[in-house]
Write a protein that binds this ligand. Structure first.
Ligand code: COA
Length: 277
């Protein structure tokens, strides 16, 4: 538990805003921040998920703001960010975490499918960062982008996601450069194979766990808490001189490339079509 290591008051009076914060890694980040005294705003596409997320965040000690807003809708994101600031106080930690993914060969991704993932991941991240700018300037706060290994290692059947995640990391670096003058930091976190996530369900296949363990130097899947702890650290004063960093929380998996993933998913796709490679 993060409070075994950090002062449970270290984020007292800080406000986080997390896109896609109703579930998964993003919700785990919210809970870690809440356990350190932070209050948390979340947005997402479905009220049901947000309601469930709100309950978990409140149980972790946060005051919570929640708004239904699809990150593809810039005006909805702006409204949610403004309302969060009104409800909880100015945002000091903005987490651009909403993401969409599916596995498909490049030739089977329609232009609309490609655009959908870029819209959610990259434009959605820009919408949130842009909407939070004034509040972050006021608090001299920071941005955290949830990127992916596809940003810098090509993963087969992830052409759309790789483009979006590479864009996110470049956006992060650009904002670190431009907004540093306002005291705003920007960083990316790169989750590796994290058990229990929707992403792993989508990028898995039957042998997913064994495959990912084999690809990961530390020999185990990560937990959502592994990622959330690093995210929370980036919100604390211990990280106040970290900006422009892309931090892998993946047990070293990025060192081993994407071959096993490519082969396993390729086999699964071929099997579904009744073909062999
Ligand atoms: N293979 C190929 N194309 C696919 C696909 C797949 N498995 N899944 C979706 N698409 C295409 C659709 O066919 C459509 O394009 P088309 O109209 O030209 O055929 C396009 O993507 C949009 O799909 P749609 O279902 O209308 O989009 P959506 O906005 O409802 O959902 C997704 C967005 C596709 C990203 C969906 O997977 C999603 O909602 N994901 C959110 C959760 C998630 O992915 N979490 C994991 C993050 S790592």
């Amino acid at each position: 538990m993060i409070t075994d290591t950090f002062n449970p008051e270290v984020l007292r009076s800080q406000v986080a805003f997390i896109t896609g914060g109703g579930s998964g890694i993003n919700l785990a980040i919210g809970k870690a921040l809440a356990r350190l005294g932070g209050n948390v705003g979340i947005c997402g596409r479905t009220a049901e998920r947000l309601d469930a997320g709100r309950k978990e965040l409140e149980a972790a000690g946060a005051k919570v703001f929640a708004a239904v807003a699809d990150v593809r809708d810039d005006l909805a994101v702006q409204a949610a960010v403004a309302a969060c600031g009104e409800a909880l106080g100015p945002i000091s930690f903005a987490v651009c975490g909403a993401a969409g993914n599916f596995v498909a060969p490049a030739e089977a991704i329609s232009p609309k499918g490609f655009r959908t993932v870029v819209d959610i991941d990259l434009l959605g991240a820009f919408h949130a960062a842009h909407a939070c700018f004034e509040q972050l300037r006021q608090t001299r706060g920071s941005l955290l982008f949830v990127s992916g290994g596809q940003s810098y290692v090509p993963f087969a059947y992830q052409a759309h996601v790789g483009a979006a995640k590479a864009g996110i990391d470049n956006l992060m670096a650009n904002l670190a450069l431009e907004w540093g003058r306002y005291g705003i930091r920007a960083n990316s976190i790169v989750p590796g194979p994290i058990e229990g996530t929707e992403g792993m369900n989508r990028l898995g296949g039957d042998n997913a766990e064994a495959i990912w363990k084999a690809m990961t130097p530390l020999g185990r899947m990560g937990t959502m808490e592994d990622v959330a702890n690093v995210a929370a650290f980036l919100a604390t004063p211990l990280a106040y001189y970290i900006s422009g960093a892309r931090i892998a929380v993946d047990g070293g998996q990025n060192l081993t490339g994407s071959h096993v993933f490519n082969r396993a998913i390729g086999d699964a796709l071929d099997a579904a079509k009744g073909e062999t490679a």
